[in-house]
Design a protein around this ligand. Structure first.
Ligand SMILES: *[C@@H]1O[C@H](CO)[C@@H](O)[C@H](O)[C@H]1NC(C)=O
Ligand SMILES: *[C@@H]1O[C@H](CO)[C@@H](O)[C@H](O)[C@H]1NC(C)=O
Length: 450
């Protein structure tokens, strides 16, 4: 919800560019998914994953010198945005040894939090689902459901194992931006509703101009549907619409930094459903109704007003399956909000009023705008910690100085300091998340709806 800086890149020596380097062969780990029909029968699709370009070694195209290092961009190779994209190459990734990304069994993906490697250590990662070696797998979520199984048992307070959709270009932006020679094969073209400015290459150019403390002069915006942002204490699912309907560069006010938050192209807050925040403190967590000490299957349904794949998005529903039983989502227990367990424009309006939040979700078009974006989404799987607000918006009291008894302020049981990156990277370096058994198809086709 408040994701600001999406990646912590701790390598002094690793960097990025937008040509293709030849020092490390890029081999995409396979992660097959299933397509299901109304009859409940599923077929396997041979999908794989690709690491985001921001995590990759970026060096000069004709050698090993870094284009970006601990001190930032190298002024010799990166005199300006266009020259830098031309002079610098992104290389292949050693998924397991450098980044701690493995596929423990067919259809499963494990992302380790901290990985010690030859360069020091890597913190967190972000991968995208590929349909082929050069194209992301795009999804039209309308009138469909998306299902996966997750093991969050080792994800402690302050961590976030996230599964979400972003409206990225299927080719990573290669055909729209001639400076981008690497494309989806190297995980380029990322965008999300926070309009992140820590992205090193945007629209085929390097983000050199204005680069300071890990962010540059440009951001990369697009609509985002958070299916799952979670650790073992708290979880939320959240639509974030934008007033643009493809990956779009922002440069000033429209990036929505600081006081411009409610002038951004995208709804940074979104309209979240977090069971704890919505008043049910016994629903999710270790030993709770959804028991986070064990794997859980998560089903998210996108209903349209007319029940067709081209209709207007009307509501987003959630079910869980654990131990062979379907568990309905918790219902809201907040005064002023109907006792519902799904997200709709009405839920968002009532929730924003009850919590005293700005309904920028509605300002940007609410469910209708979100639905327009849901027709061509790319799947993102990640693990991250939060360098700006310690993940407190997900699992603790936020804002920190607000009264926790006030509706909407408490989001989980976590101590607000536990999400401090220094602390969590030291005390829970061995944390990890496992995502498995991705299924997609008609409503109620991906699980036994008993
Ligand atoms: C920038 O690159 C040049 C040429 O590769 C190198 O000599 C110089 O040391 C680099 N600068 C920094 C600050 O790393
Ligand atoms: C889908 O499954 C859910 C959960 O079991 C159930 O409540 C709902 O009625 C089903 N919907 C349809 C259209 O069968």
């Amino acid at each position: 919800m408040y994701r600001a800086v999406t990646a912590t890149l701790s390598f002094a020596s690793l960097v990025l560019g937008q040509q293709i380097g030849k020092e490390v062969a890029e081999k995409h780990p396979t992660m097959p998914m299933k397509m299901c029909t109304a009859a409940g029968s599923c077929t396997t699709e041979s999908t794989s994953v690709v690491l985001d370009s921001n995590w990759r070694w970026t060096h000069v195209t004709n050698g090993y010198a870094n284009c970006f290092g601990g001190e930032g961009w190298n002024a010799t190779h990166c005199a300006d945005n266009a020259a830098c994209a031309k002079n610098c190459a992104i290389d292949g990734a050693n998924y397991a040894s450098t980044y701690g990304i493995t596929t423990p069994s067919s259809g499963a993906l494990r992302l380790n939090f901290v990985t010690k490697n030859d360069n020091g250590q890597n913190v967190g990662s972000r991968v995208y689902l590929l349909a082929s070696d050069t194209k992301y797998r795009t999804f039209n979520l309308l009138n469909k459901e998306f299902t996966f199984t997750v093991d969050v048992s080792k994800l402690t307070c302050g961590l976030n194992g996230a599964v979400y959709f972003s409206e990225m270009d299927a080719d990573g932006g290669m055909s729209r931006f001639t400076g981008n020679k690497a494309g989806a094969a190297y995980g380029t073209g990322y965008c999300d509703a926070q309009c992140p400015r820590d992205i090193k290459f945007i629209n085929g150019e390097a983000n050199v101009a204005g680069w300071k403390d890990g962010t540059g002069g440009m951001g990369s915006c697009c609509a985002e549907m958070d299916i799952w942002e979670a650790n073992n204490d708290a979880t939320a699912y959240t639509p974030h619409p934008c007033n643009v309907f493809e990956q779009t560069k922002c440069t000033g006010t429209d990036c929505g930094v600081g006081d411009d938050r409610y002038k951004a192209m995208c709804d940074k807050d979104g309209c979240d459903f977090n069971s704890f925040r919505m008043g049910n403190k016994e629903f999710y967590g270790p030993g709770k109704t959804v028991d986070t000490t064990k794997p859980v299957t998560v089903i998210t349904q996108f209903h349209t007003a007319d029940g067709t794949d081209s209709g207007a998005l009307s509501s987003i529903h959630r079910f869980y399956v654990q131990g062979g039983k379907v568990v309905a989502n918790s219902v809201s227990a907040i005064p002023g909000v109907d006792a519902v367990s799904h997200i709709s424009d009405q839920f968002c309006a009532q929730q924003k009023t009850a919590f005293g939040d700005n309904n920028y979700f509605a300002t940007l078009g609410g469910m209708q705008a979100m639905g327009k974006s849901l027709k061509r989404m790319v799947l993102v799987l990640s693990i991250w910690d939060d360098t700006s607000v310690r993940m407190n918006w997900l699992d603790s009291v936020f804002p920190n100085d607000a009264d926790p008894e006030k509706p909407g302020v408490a989001r989980g049981r976590c101590d607000p300091m536990l999400g401090e990156p220094k602390t969590v990277e030291k005390d829970h370096a061995d944390a990890y998340v496992v995502y498995s058994d991705i299924r997609f198809g008609a409503i109620n086709s991906t699980f036994a709806a008993n």
